[in-house]
Write a protein that binds this ligand. Structure first.
Ligand SMILES: [Fe+2]
Ligand SMILES: [Fe+2]
Length: 420
């Protein structure tokens, strides 16, 4: 069976058929009905995703970078006229709040899976749901007694794919059976590698989810050490694997996915700047556990849409010290890893938290984790906000460069240089 995974995994910008639009015509406060590209040194780069809502700062960044024109796909030109005349819609606040509360409640009881691993025409024995725009739909109705063969068309749905928490062990079994299934598919070497990385990442996410559910389990924390070793080996053996480990972007933020992403980015940067392996291991453990304290924060606050009240913000800030409290006596976590947990929200300007320390007071693990954390947050979608492209996320972080270590940021951008 030949399946084109390429189109699912990477998005290639159109080389032809681009239409020029003057940057000054871009609107603020309105969702973009098309992807937006820029041309830099004859390379076309996607700068905004469809659905991004631009604000004044975004337009300022474009001007600063000298992008007087942007480009859209010719096929999407029909959306341009409407976009240029559109007024900012005013949705009813109460309706959104109810929809969001239901969504948030549901999300907490389900586990996000990677749809790229739902190989068409393969048997699954767990039900699968599609979550999109606060809406939930069952797309596969299956159980142990009633396995179902998956169909290609569900893969075309947008949004997140989730399963019930109780079905995670069945999903794990499914993941374990995949290498055998892949043997029967006609895949290019490159796609095979990408799928293997996806399997690795799904296994890592399951471990993280279990760990967050049972944060005091010494046994599970021990496994983080071997997970970090595996990530290090993968990236050293083949530096490009970092891209396929990172291309998995869901529709919403999940602490377990975010933790693994931040771990991968921090380890990648550690390797890129040629840190000692022993240091990279400690950095990786700290980066993966950086948001551990979020297990103690109510999910209504963690998942809240829009601006937090002062009290809610103070509550969220507590995740740093709470995470440290959970881990500080665990012998499987090296003491040096604590700085990644304690300092990932500190800023070089001294405006961060919890201690408001600055400059050299912030250790290298804290500095690296802060950059990885911010990058992953900006490039992750939310049901009410589309993700920024890697290119634009890096532009924003660079703009805030007083907050981050300049040299490390430069290396981070170099490391991600090939990601569009
Ligand atoms: Fe955090
Ligand atoms: Fe984080």
């Amino acid at each position: 069976m030949a399946i084109n995974f390429k189109c699912l995994i990477t998005e290639i910008p159109p080389q032809e058929g681009l239409v020029k639009v003057p940057t000054e015509r871009l609107q603020t406060g309105v969702a973009l009905p098309f992807n937006v590209y820029v041309k830099e040194n004859n390379v076309t780069k996607k700068i905004f995703n469809k659905g991004n809502v631009l604000n004044k700062v975004f337009l300022e960044i474009l001007r600063e970078k000298g992008f007087d024109n942007v480009y859209i796909n010719r096929e999407e030109i029909k959306n341009l006229e409407l976009y240029l005349t559109q007024k900012k819609p005013k949705p009813k606040a109460q309706d959104i709040k109810i929809a969001f509360n239901n969504y948030s409640f549901f999300k907490e009881k389900h586990y996000q899976i990677d749809k790229k691993l739902l190989i068409p025409e393969t048997k699954v024995n767990f039900s699968i749901y599609n979550l999109k725009g606060f809406e939930l739909n069952k797309v596969v109705d299956a159980s142990i007694n009633k396995p179902v063969i998956t169909e290609q068309n569900i893969l075309e749905l947008e949004g997140d794919f989730v399963i019930e928490d109780k079905d995670i062990p069945l999903y794990e079994e499914y993941i374990k059976s995949l290498p055998e299934i892949l043997k029967n598919l006609i895949l290019s070497k490159e796609d095979e590698k990408i799928l293997k990385n996806l399997i690795f990442k799904e296994n890592s996410k399951v471990l993280m989810k279990e760990l967050l559910k049972d944060p005091r389990s010494g046994e599970k924390i021990k496994k983080v050490g071997s997970l970090v070793d595996n990530i290090i080996n993968k990236i050293i053996e083949e530096p490009e694997s970092i891209y396929s480990l990172l291309t998995i972007k869901g529709y919403d933020y999940y602490t377990y996915t975010h933790s693994i992403n931040v771990g991968i980015l921090a380890i990648g940067l550690g390797i890129h700047i040629k840190m000692d392996i022993d240091q990279i291991q400690k950095l990786g453990i700290g980066a993966i556990l950086h948001d551990f304290g979020k297990t103690k924060i109510p999910h209504e606050i963690l998942n809240k849409q829009g601006r937090l009240t002062d009290t809610e913000y103070q509550t969220i800030k507590q995740h740093v010290l709470m995470g440290y409290e959970l881990i500080k006596d665990n012998k499987n976590v090296p003491k040096e890893s604590f700085t990644a947990i304690l300092q990932h929200h500190e800023k070089l300007t001294g405006e961060g938290y919890p201690y408001g320390i600055k400059d050299d007071e912030i250790g290298i693990f804290g500095r690296i984790t802060a950059i990885a954390d911010c990058y992953d947050a900006l490039t992750t979608r939310r049901p009410y906000k589309s993700a920024l492209t890697p290119f634009f996320a890096l532009s924003i972080i660079t703009r805030e460069k007083k907050d981050y270590d300049k040299e490390l940021l430069k290396e981070f951008i170099k490391m991600l240089g090939n990601v569009r």
